[in-house]
Ligand binder design. Sequence first.
Ligand SMILES: CCCCCCCCCCCCC/C=C/[C@@H](O)[C@H](COP(=O)(O)O)NC(=O)CCCCC
Ligand SMILES: Nc1ncnc2c1ncn2[C@@H]1O[C@H](COP(=O)(O)OP(=O)(O)O)[C@@H](O)[C@H]1O
Ligand SMILES: [Ca+2]
Length: 502
Amino acid sequence: MSPVPENCFVPTSEIIAVEETELNKKQRNIGKWQKMAKPHAFTVYYVKKARNHRWRCSDVTFWCVDEHLCNQWIQALKELLEMQKSRPKHLLVYINPYGGKRQGKSIYEQKVAPLFSLASISTDVVITEHANHAKDNLLEVNINKYDGVVCVGGDGMFSEVMHGLIGRIQKDSGIDQNNPKAPLVQCNIRIGIIPAGSTDCICYSTIGISDPVTSALHIIVGDCQPLDVSSVHHNNTFLKYSVSLLGYGFYGDILKDSEKKRWMGPMRYDYSGFKTFLSHHYYEGTISFQPAKHTLGSPRDKDSCRTGCYICKKSEQQLAEQHKECGLKHEEDEEEWKVIKGKFLAINAVNMSCACPRSPKGLSPAAHLADGSADLILVRKCSRFDFLRYLVRHTNQDDQFDFSFVDVYRVKSFQFTSKLSEDNESNITDIGKKRFGQFCRDHPACCCNIANSTWNCDGETLDSSAIQVRVHCQFVKLFARGIEENSKDEAVYSQSSIEQLL
Ligand SMILES: CCCCCCCCCCCCC/C=C/[C@@H](O)[C@H](COP(=O)(O)O)NC(=O)CCCCC
Ligand SMILES: Nc1ncnc2c1ncn2[C@@H]1O[C@H](COP(=O)(O)OP(=O)(O)O)[C@@H](O)[C@H]1O
Ligand SMILES: [Ca+2]
């Protein structure tokens, strides 16, 4: 048995497939194999880790003269693969053909489907025909026959699939999602994201790159990354779940404007971003929150959440203990609320860093994927120039929280009410306020906007500006492993490497 000359160490957990190789005449007539009557061979397809968290499918072919020995190797390696119990065998795939640059279908067919087939994963594929197609379909399909659900699209498409799955599970368990304090049932079926959208922040923040082949390989090897999910309510009405950004003011206004420019594709965000930046609107309101005392980290930490994160593991243990001790009891009501009134350019609540190609470190670089908390970032009224300085820091190494007009808190729940809705509630008959609600009567030239902004919830707008939000620790699971530290160097060492077998 003779491997290719170059050394190659591969953990069995990162072998994609093993196949007998048919050698053609040309191959048989090279090198020393020329002298052998009939060489036999098998090929091992494996994950090759490249720079910047990019994964590729590579292969190595092993040749041998003894057919029996060759078959034994194939058999042994296939048995090892069978032992990888976390790998999916049957997947349900939803493709949004209109997401991002409208390449979802070709990305799936050309880059992902061949890999799934190589890894013997069978699929049922649905190409969506309208918004909410995937969500509605998930409410009726037999999900038990699948080992996971894959969405091909952007954050909006992921959000749709997640809502379908969570909604389905709550419905099957008789849980009323409209009750903000309802003990929700966790979603254990994993979701895979093949990035083909405009921002792809959820994929980027959980894998470290927005790349369809890398994501497909994380699905094939059966990775599992829990994610915190925020539930958003208006009084006793359920509005949405959020995993990445819940943003009011700047990001809400960008989204609202950009929806009208969908034809521009991902560029719509640059156009609307620039426009919204120039408009420089701020919004008055009251934000109340409960600090996340259970989690070990802080939003100003220098270290980021990485694969096997200690802080997320601690939260997982706490969650398990909570479930053991008091079932699904809630202690949140008794804990202190901090109240902040003010004029804000942006209010951003993020359950993860929200890193994406536009901002590789994200809105909150030290936020954790699965610690049961969100980072609440309050950007108060400031000059346009200061706001620009703040934005630019999302793209370089400088600390974006080191400004007098920016505050950041790690929270487990929060509420927001705009001044406009407070005023309307307290004085509903004040006709003047209602009639001139769109303008600032005192300062016509200033940028204050008495109208409400909208919430941007993972790329979907919310109808209500007054919301109540609660973070649910590790509520859904992804086919991901978090961002690997120095992934390229670490990849080569493992107890269970093929090299040991050879
Ligand atoms: C002078 C240069 C300043 C650049 C600042 C850039 C900061 C970018 C931070 C982006 C955070 C993104 C958070 C994620 C939001 C997505 O959920 C949402 C929907 O995504 P998709 O469905 O894939 O379209 N995307 C947005 O809301 C767009 C934000 C655009 C920011 C310019
Ligand atoms: N076939 C379809 N036609 C129109 N909209 C769709 C379709 N399938 C999904 N959608 C909706 O498109 C929205 C945006 O999708 P997404 O894949 O996130 O693209 P983008 O990143 O460009 O916003 C999602 O909210 C989803 O509900
Ligand atoms: Ca979190």
